[in-house]
Design a protein around this ligand. Structure first.
Ligand SMILES: NC(=O)c1ccc[n+]([C@@H]2O[C@H](COP(=O)([O-])OP(=O)(O)OC[C@H]3O[C@@H](n4cnc5c(N)ncnc54)[C@H](OP(=O)(O)O)[C@@H]3O)[C@@H](O)[C@H]2O)c1
Length: 308
């Protein structure tokens, strides 16, 4: 199975590559990643084909997808603050996938919900209150228009300890510079470890195309305030006792989802055990079934302090 993952230098994309199985549904996996400016981590680079492309460039995306002719496109590229990188890129990727009859798995977010009437089931109507949430909803709809049997996976904060995700790394930087970290005590999320999230994505990709279709909620195992998440990530990194100031999201100038709790009705058959965000970091995640034998390493992204 030929799989094209966009955002291959990002947190989710690089971990998908790192944990890719050798075969899926009996077929050998051939993995292609797209990057823009950032490079894929060195442990990933040797085992995938990397393509540099600007995903808002329709002609470039059409050429790439026409050349690779993927069976599945996993669209994980985005920039939270850029409508173009969210919506335009998604429309472009989804149309190109449709043109070659590729299946699509699109990574979306819990903040397509307002967070004022939790919990939210997979068939609840989204009602985003942030630009990012609106752009991701618009993107979900564009994907489904282009590829009606696409899989849309919504998750909460994606976190990692080794190496720390971007939000966690940002907190560490703040402490190193002698400043306290400020985190909301009244905004809760369901953070998920990136290793567990990508294990679920691979389990979804292993399903027949028709069974992948539609919305999947993939939250982490616990509801945590950003404050508690920050404290737990700090402790897990051996930084217990660093200064963290509790602040209120109610003081924030623009609306934020206070509790976009996702109910996950479809994931039960996927068989992935979700671990606490601050649990021990395992050894290398790859086993005999992986694309090759390299170990874990190099990724980034946001966590407790992010607006994701
Ligand atoms: N991280 C979270 O907490 C979280 C939570 C919920 C949902 N999600 C969803 O999960 C997905 C992956 O998130 P992530 O954290 O892995 O993202 P990430 O680490 O920020 O990586 C995203 C990658 O997308 C690339 N990209 C952005 N715009 C592009 C464009 N126009 N053309 C080409 N490449 C582009 C970026 O490349 P450059 O670096 O070169 O710009 C970056 O490497 C996203 O769909 C996001 O909405 C993430």
């Amino acid at each position: 199975m030929r799989i094209l993952v966009t955002g291959g230098a990002g947190l989710v994309g690089s971990w998908l590559a790192r944990t890719a199985p050798a075969t899926l549904g009996g077929a050998p996996v051939e993995l292609h990643l797209t990057v823009r400016r950032a490079e894929v981590p060195p442990d990933v680079a040797g085992r995938v084909t990397v393509h540099q492309v600007e995903l808002t460039d329709r002609a470039a995306v059409d050429t790439l997808v026409g050349r690779v002719r993927p069976d599945v496109v996993v669209h994980a590229a985005y920039t939270q603050s850029s409508r173009d990188d969210v919506v335009t890129a998604t429309v472009t990727v989804a149309r190109a996938a449709a043109d070659v009859d590729a299946a699509v798995l699109f990574t979306s977010t819990d903040v397509v919900f307002a967070g004022d009437r939790p919990p939210y089931a997979e068939d609840d109507p989204p009602d985003p209150v942030t630009d990012y949430g609106r752009w991701k909803l618009e993107s979900e709809q564009a994907v489904l228009r282009a590829v009606p049997d696409a899989a849309i996976t919504r998750t909460s904060l994606v976190v990692a300890l080794d190496p720390p995700d971007r939000g966690t790394a940002g907190m560490v930087e703040t402490w190193r510079s002698g400043r306290p970290v400020r985190l909301f005590h009244d905004e809760v999320r369901q953070p998920i470890r990136v290793e567990d999230l990508v294990a679920e994505l691979w389990a979804i990709l292993a399903l027949p195309r028709a069974e992948r279709a539609g919305i999947w909620h993939l939250p982490g195992p616990e509801k945590l305030s950003r404050l508690v998440l920050g404290e737990r990530m700090a402790a897990a990194l051996g930084l217990g006792g660093v200064p963290i100031l509790a602040t209120s999201a109610a003081q924030h100038p623009s609306p934020r989802p206070a509790d976009p709790e996702l109910v996950a009705d479809r994931r039960h058959g996927l068989g992935v055990h979700l671990r606490a965000v601050d649990g021990p970091v395992d050894g290398p995640v790859d086993g005999p079934g992986r694309l090759d034998g390299a170990g874990a390493g190099g990724a980034d992204d946001r966590g407790a302090g992010s607006s994701e």
